[in-house]
Structures are given as structure tokens and as C-alpha cells.
Design a binder for this molecule. Structure first.
Ligand code: FE2
Ligand code: FE2
Length: 506
């Protein structure tokens, strides 16, 4: 008797110890699937149960969430990657789990085949298929901090150590599993709350990105694509063991990278649409070429009336020239600029008034050498990086995401210190920012949906990126790795397929 007591005591101490450890690990786990797996596994360890099932209460039914069985080698739900296709259990008292959930009471059964109290036709059917023999059972309701039942933990076939002979669940086990079940219920609620909050946070950020993309029809899906490419690049580097053997990202670091991608251009919310969409030099909400057309046509009419047909013809040729020069180019010729100035200097009667053929502002826009934006407008575009900084500074990121803002705001910085908004150099630009800068540039170059630009062939895009690397703008080692592993092209393919053939940016 004394020896038995001492044995029991040792066993009890072990169980208590295990219970405390379980409590600690349950509260530390923030991944819901891992947590659920852990609950069933630990409860089985605690009671030496062969199998365990965890049900969660949802919409008035008990949903199979985890199934584990050591003898049958089964692990479904949770982190296993195997879905559970069983129908959820209706809350009717003849089912033992439903009974435990409805009454909030623990049920122990020595042999389910001999039980008259509950309907075990389900487990019997399952046994008939698998050749298993369900015998002893412990069914414990899981109650949250308010005492409400949120799920049920069902353990099957407690086993004698060594012999693996099936025995009933003893009283000590019942008390321990009950204690554990309520810790588990609280941990599940906490983790669910965390995941819900995270999901909400993520969806808000993605909605912002999508809305930003919708703001300009030219930039297409820029933010969405950069966000996806950015994380793809990070993962490729993380997985690589040759070029970047020392670079590994933790889950939190990957999350920072992902969020930085989604938020990098958030400051564009402040960029005027007419600047974002300025696809001709004269466009400011409306394309002012129409005003010039009107002016020139009227002046030409008056010239014809005055019998100066040749001058009228010349004027219409000038108008055609202006129309042509209103379209942005990579590098405008000096000759063209001279001719525009000459046209602008001319005065002709329009509706009875001496009128300058081009205003100062029209001329200033028409002589833009490259692209369609004036210096001031380029500055306006660049301001988005400052706004990204200001806006992200206002968001209170939790500690494990504290670098999101830094990576996001640095996407236009250059290693040689010639970028913006702050012009910091390589020593202040972390790896994650370098990845994002490349993802951003690659997308901007390769996208077709920009003013005055056809889609650039892959080789040409890489050629430009290489020159930028040589120039010290971007990280050449990362770039060469990506080209070498064909990360960009594999991403393009994946991205296209991900859009179910709708090819969002094709
Ligand atoms: Fe940007
Ligand atoms: Fe961008």
C-alpha cells in the first residue's frame, strides 16, 4: 500500500509537472493550428491515450478540428495538411461529445461498446472500416474564461505503459485533463483573437494597396505586384544556400518584408491624380492641346480671310508639330525645342486680339526633354516617399514588426547615397530595403501600363537594372542572384496564373 502510494505520488507529481509545462507552452503558442495539435497531443501524453479528437463549437455544431490516433497512424487537421471531411456533430444529447458540450460535464466510459447511455454507432462504423477497437473514453468540455463551452476534447483508449493494454481513464487523469482543457480553451481564444486581429490588419493594408492601385489606371497593379514580387525574392534568398548561405528570415522578418511591400507607396495617396496620370506634356486634368488646337485653328481662319493662305498652312503644320511634341519621349532633340520656342514667340490675331501662340506654361511643358513631367511635377511624385514616411510613423507597429516603416520608406534610396527621400548610403540601407528597391524598379520597368511606354522586353529590363547596379544604385549581388535563378520570370508566370488567366496586367 505504501509503495503504491509512493508510486502514485511520483506519477501525480510527474503529471502535475507536465501540466504546468503544458500551461506555459499553450500560452506561448501563437499559431492556432500548432496550438490545436499541441492540445490533443499533450492531453494524450498526460493520460497515455492512444487517440484524441478535438471539436470546436461553431454555428451550434461541433466541428471536427483535430484527429490523432497513434495505432492507426492518423493525424488530420491542424498542421498535418490533411483536411477532415467528417460532418460536424449536431448538438443532441445522445452523442457523447454533444452531451458534454450541452451540459458542460465530463464523461468517462470504460467500454463504449457496452455503453447504453449514448449512441456509439458512429465510432463503431469507423472501427468496422479501420479494424480499430474503441474502448475507454474520456470526454471533456472545454470552457473559456467566462465558463462558456467552446469545444470538446475526446480521448480514446488509455493504455498501460509497456503492455499497451487498454484501461479506463483514472480519476487523476480526469482532473488533469479538465484543468488542461480550460487552459487550452483560453489559449485558443487568445490565439484566435490574435489571428483575427492580424487578419484584419492585413486586409486593411491590402485594401489600401488595392485602392492606391485603382487611383491610377496607368500604374495598374503596381503595389500588388511589388508586394508579391518582394516576398518572392525574400523567400528565394532565404531558401538559397550558395550565394546567401547566411541570410535566413524568421517568420516575423518575412512578415515585415511582406508588409513593407504592401505599404511602400502608401504616400501616393497624396500625389495628385493629374500628376500620376500625366501622359502628355500639356495635360493638367485636361489635355491643353485642345486649347492650342482651338487657338491655332481660329488664327488660321483669320489668316485665310486676310488672304494669307500660305501663312495659314504653315500655322497648321506648326500645330501638327506641337501635337507630335506633346507626346513624351526619352530624349527630345535641340532642334525641336528651338522650333517650339520660335512658335511660342509668334503673335497672331485671334477673334480680333493679338494673341501669343503658346503661353509660357504651355511652352515650359512642351519642351520637357524626357517623359511628361516638369521638374516641379517630378518633385511632387518624389514627395510620396516623404508621405510614406510620415504616414507609417503614425502607425504603431508591434515590436516584432518595427522595421516595416524603414524598409517601406527606403525603396527609392540608392546605395550610392543619391536616392530619396533622405539620400542615405549603403551602410544605412538594410538587406530588406535593397530587395524592395529591386522589386519596385523591376515592376516599374517591366510594366506596360505606364504613360508613353510599351512593355519592355525582359532582357532590356535586366540590362537597365544591371546598369543601375554598376552605377551603385541597387545591390548587384542580389540582382545577379535573381537573374541567375530566374526569379523574375518565374514570378511573372506564377502571377499570371494566380489571376486565373485574367492576366491582370497583360
Ligand atoms: Fe515609390
Ligand atoms: Fe513603387
Amino acid at each position: 500500500m505504501t509503495r503504491d502510494y509512493r508510486q502514485m505520488s511520483t506519477q501525480f507529481k510527474y503529471q502535475l509537472d507536465t501540466l504546468v509545462k503544458i500551461g506555459v507552452s499553450l500560452s506561448a503558442e501563437n499559431n492556432l493550428n500548432r496550438l490545436l495539435d499541441m492540445i490533443v497531443f499533450q492531453a494524450r501524453q498526460l493520460t497515455r491515450a492512444d487517440g484524441g479528437t478535438l471539436y470546436l463549437l461553431a454555428d451550434g455544431r461541433l466541428r471536427f478540428t483535430i484527429i490523432q490516433n497513434s495505432t492507426l497512424g492518423i493525424h488530420r487537421g491542424g498542421e498535418s495538411g490533411h483536411r477532415i471531411d467528417l460532418e460536424s456533430v449536431e448538438l443532441k444529447k445522445d452523442n457523447v461529445c454533444a452531451y458534454a458540450a450541452i451540459l458542460g460535464k465530463t464523461v468517462t466510459i470504460a467500454d463504449v461498446y457496452e455503453s447504453k447511455e449514448f449512441d456509439f454507432s458512429g465510432p463503431r462504423k469507423y472501427d468496422a472500416i479501420t479494424g480499430y477497437r474503441s474502448q475507454s473514453m474520456l470526454v471533456v468540455p472545454m470552457k473559456n474564461h467566462l465558463g462558456a463551452v467552446t469545444g470538446v476534447l475526446q480521448l480514446v483508449n488509455a493504455m498501460e505503459q509497456g503492455t499497451r493494454e487498454v484501461t479506463p481513464f483514472d480519476e487523476g487523469s480526469v482532473a488533469l485533463v479538465e484543468a488542461m482543457a480550460s487552459m487550452a480553451a483560453v489559449a485558443i481564444e487568445k490565439t484566435k483573437l490574435l489571428e483575427d486581429t492580424r487578419a484584419l490588419f492585413n486586409s486593411v493594408i491590402e485594401v489600401l494597396g488595392v485602392a492606391m492601385d485603382a487611383k491610377s489606371h496607368y500604374t495598374g497593379n503596381h503595389i500588388q505586384k511589388v508586394a508579391k514580387l518582394n516576398i518572392e525574392i525574400a523567400k528565394a534568398i532565404h531558401d538559397d544556400t550558395e550565394v546567401f548561405p547566411d541570410i535566413r528570415f524568421t517568420e516575423n522578418e518575412l512578415e515585415e518584408i511582406r508588409l513593407a511591400g504592401w505599404l511602400h507607396d502608401i504616400g501616393k495617396v497624396t500625389t495628385p491624380e493629374w500628376v500620376m496620370d500625366k501622359d502628355t506634356k500639356l495635360k493638367v486634368v485636361l489635355d491643353r492641346i485642345h486649347l492650342i488646337e482651338e487657338r491655332f485653328t481660329r488664327a488660321a481662319e483669320e489668316l485665310v480671310k486676310a488672304g494669307k493662305s500660305a501663312d495659314a498652312e504653315r500655322l497648321m503644320a506648326d500645330l501638327q508639330f506641337i501635337r507630335d511634341k506633346n507626346r513624351p519621349v526619352e530624349d527630345m532633340r535641340d532642334d525641336d525645342i528651338r522650333r517650339l520656342r520660335e512658335i511660342a514667340g509668334r503673335r497672331l490675331p485671334v477673334a480680333g486680339h493679338e494673341t501669343r501662340m503658346l503661353s509660357d506654361d504651355e511652352l515650359r511643358n512642351l519642351v520637357i526633354r524626357r517623359g511628361s513631367l516638369t521638374e516641379e511635377e517630378i518633385e511632387k511624385v518624389k514627395e510620396h516617399a516623404v508621405w510614406t514616411t510620415r504616414m507609417l510613423e503614425k502607425l504603431s507597429f508591434p515590436d516584432h514588426l518595427k522595421n516595416v516603416a524603414l524598409y517601406a520608406v527606403q525603396h527609392h534610396e540608392k546605395l550610392n547615397g543619391q536616392g530619396y527621400p533622405t539620400g542615405v548610403g549603403a551602410d544605412k540601407i538594410p538587406f530588406q530595403s535593397r530587395i524592395l528597391a529591386i522589386a519596385d524598379l523591376y515592376e516599374a520597368l517591366s510594366a506596360r501600363d505606364r504613360p508613353y511606354k510599351e512593355r519592355m522586353p525582359y532582357e532590356q529590363t535586366i540590362g537597365i537594372l544591371r546598369r543601375q547596379a554598376e552605377n551603385g544604385d541597387i545591390d548587384g549581388k542580389i540582382l545577379e542572384f535573381l537573374v541567375d535563378k530566374d526569379v523574375f520570370r518565374r514570378f511573372e508566370e506564377k502571377y499570371r496564373n494566380g489571376h486565373n488567366g485574367h492576366a491582370a496586367y497583360e
